[in-house]
Design a protein around this ligand. Structure first.
Ligand SMILES: Cc1cc2nc3c(=O)[nH]c(=O)nc-3n(C[C@H](O)[C@H](O)[C@H](O)COP(=O)(O)O)c2cc1C
Length: 442
């Protein structure tokens, strides 16, 4: 990297496709445009991987949770194992990066280093690991634990976990395998070494029993935005996922992360920060609004109410009529409430003349991520504005309904970004890591 990285500027954005069930909209399975009964087949995942690859997305991403939520009675909450799914998608795609979520709280570093090294080999250098400490306490009971470990303890374990995984990947030199038929020497002397790790959480002798991954190290992704989460990202992440609604807030987050990275001896340019975005694209704005209304009808205000309240500082909305225009509640926010998201939803309600019911449903639909409703030009403008304002290095794209909304983003928005020179027209590099690096080139 060297000191040149200070001056480097990312000229093209990074796009990651979030493959969540049959779409990221709450209740996506209820739409006549999705096929939930076909969503657990190898063919389903591969066809989406191929679509995203044709559109030149850098990567696709599978989230993961380690329990079945009670919400599964009404929402599609089941998840196949992401590493198995992606090993299969690897066989049917050639260039797109494959990012799987895996937990540092309920996993073991030897197993996980092995799994991701294996995926990296099977995909010829396209593996990424979304490092999570597991959000939900309900996972604990599935792993024989009485309690979910507390937040900072989870992050301490995560840091040691990631260090062990990196050491295990590094335990093989790149050219360790000599396979010299003449001498009978398979591995070169001293080319594979134990790691002899003894820490607070793990004792691991090593070496790994998988050769060095093609990328050296698979790409590391992190999505926690607490101070412990940011510290973990600052030390290890190549990509950071965020939820941001406002470019200024997003820039402030990036500033904090950059400061932490500098303290960890890393450059800001070594990470790509990707805020989430649910695109609702129509041939006209009017058509896009109709599509958004279709999504709104998939969920109830009751389902969205807890999320609405958390955005508006736990304000009690029960005294307002659900079908009346969204009330003017900003003056009522408690002084310590976070304001940015509340202000954004309040101004969206005003400009689109939305009722309390519609705002609540809309928040539920995009699972708390920013939703942009408009023409393909509106979407391209929005992404360009964020990117050029330094508020994003790219985006996590959360299509509401799959495959339709991935297709419309790929067919209508991606070409506009490419015409503006803001997104790659082909994969320049062989590996995911190379392709992330190439977003800096002109
Ligand atoms: C885009 C995105 C994807 C995430 N995916 C997962 C996931 O698959 N599994 C999980 O347990 N947590 C996931 N998280 C949650 C984060 O890992 C983290 O726990 C959360 O953002 C809270 O941050 P904190 O733990 O630093 O307080 C995700 C967060 C974001 C923003």
């Amino acid at each position: 990297m060297g000191c040149n990285t200070m001056k480097r500027k990312r000229s093209r954005m990074v796009l990651n496709f979030v493959l969540y069930g049959v779409g990221s909209a709450y209740g996506a399975w209820r739409s006549p445009r999705t096929l939930p009964m076909a969503a657990h087949t190898a063919r389903y995942f591969s066809s989406l991987g191929q679509l995203a690859e044709e559109a030149k997305f850098h990567s696709l991403f599978l989230a993961d949770f380690l329990h079945l939520s009670p919400a599964s009675a009404h929402d599609m909450q089941e998840r196949l194992d992401p590493l198995m799914v992606l090993a299969n998608v690897a066989a049917d795609t050639n260039r797109i990066g494959l990012i799987a979520t895996a937990s540092t709280t309920y996993g073991h570093p030897y197993t996980l280093a092995r799994q991701f090294a294996s995926l990296d080999h099977l995909s010829s250098g396209r593996a990424g690991w979304n490092i999570v400490t597991t959000m939900s306490p309900s996972a604990a009971a599935n792993f024989g634990r009485d309690e979910h470990p507390e937040h900072d303890d989870r992050y301490r374990r995560a840091d040691e976990f990631v260090r062990v995984v990196k050491s295990l990947w590094d335990s093989w030199d790149i050219d360790a395998i000599r396979a010299d038929r003449g001498s009978g020497e398979y591995i070169g002397p001293g080319r594979v070494k134990p790691i002899d790790h003894h820490g607070q959480y793990f004792d691991v002798r090593g070496p790994l029993n998988v050769p060095r991954p093609p990328q050296g190290r698979p790409v590391l992704v992190q999505a926690g935005s607490s101070s412990a989460g940011i510290a973990l990202a600052a030390h290890h992440a190549d990509i950071v996922f965020t939820t941001q609604f406002d470019p200024d807030m997003s820039r402030s987050f990036i500033d904090v992360l950059s400061g932490e990275m500098a303290r960890a001896g890393r450059q800001r340019t070594e990470v790509a920060v990707l805020p989430g975005l649910m695109p609702v694209v129509g041939r006209t704005r009017n058509e896009a609004r109709k599509l958004a209304a279709e999504l709104t009808a998939l969920t109830t205000a009751e389902e969205g109410m807890p999320l609405l309240r958390s955005i508006f500082g736990d304000l009690d909305f029960s005294k307002y009529k659900l079908d009346a225009p969204f009330p003017d509640v900003l003056p009522l926010l408690p002084p310590n409430a976070p304001r940015s998201r509340a202000e954004i939803f309040a101004s969206m309600a005003k400009s689109e003349n939305l009722s309390l019911r519609e705002v609540t449903q809309r928040i539920a639909i995009s699972s708390g991520h920013r939703m942009v409703v408009g023409s393909a030009d509106d979407l391209a403008d929005d992404l360009q504005n964020w990117f050029e304002a330094g508020a994003a290095d790219g985006f996590n794209i959360l299509p509401a309904l799959l495959p339709d909304d991935l297709k419309s983003f790929a067919e209508h928005v991606v070409p506009r970004l490419q015409d503006r020179g803001l997104f790659q027209t082909d994969y320049g590099g062989a590996t995911l890591r190379d392709n992330l690096e190439r977003s800096f080139e002109h």
